[in-house]
Design a binder for this molecule. Sequence first.
Ligand code: ADP
Ligand code: MG
Length: 239
Amino acid sequence: MKVENLYKSFGKLDVLKGISATIEKGEVVAIIGPSGSGKSTFLRCLNLLETPTQGRIWVGTDEITEPKVNITKVRQNIGMVFQHFHLFPHKTVLENLTYAPVKVKGLTKEEAETKGMDLLRQVGLSDKANEYPSRLSGGQKQRVAIARALAMSPEIMLFDEPTSALDPEMVKEVLNVMKGLAHTGMTMVIVTHEMGFAREVADRVIFMDDGVLVEEAPPSEFFTSPTSKRAKDFLEKVL
Ligand code: ADP
Ligand code: MG
């Protein structure tokens, strides 16, 4: 995925001010930065949940910011996991996983269920297939949300602070699922405050502040010797 000179404004508020980045296939990129710096907006632009004001985005050789692009199709190919799960409350766990693949991708119910059960195994929740989301813990809900995104067989997975709304004891189970996914070679872009996770799992850290990409480096470099003052100040506060 390639992003070139991305701008996003909401009315007079300029949130993204010319971001360029390349994310390689199979790469795990952690996006970190202060609150309000535009991390979520950036992620939402990547799957066209927000329409960029300016700039271009490619997935492979396909430009998704082309006016004629099929936005539904683009989103099918780019899974997203939010802070607050967004599960369908009136569907069971398995139904949450099978709904879109049947409705949008045209899988048969049986195909979708087989795949759904495989994914529930992958996130350690096979025994919850027939449960409703309200009966799950936050960590379990988030693992279902990850499995649901994977059920569409996306090429890229985006995560927006997937553990921020969780009780501390549930953070690890979700991070472990994400770590496992990273090891499968999935391309992942993760906005996170979990510095330990970013350090361990990410191939690269992108540091954003005030709508610009200030610095990018492998975690080993970024966390030990950030080059910009803004990154240094930020790390001093969070580490
Ligand atoms: P972060 O995820 O880094 O905390 P966000 O991308 O959520 O930052 O927000 C960056 C700025 O954009 C904030 O000032 C926020 O209030 C503003 N913003 C985000 N979404 C909208 C929107 N839909 N309409 C207006 N302003 C928005
Ligand atoms: Mg955010």
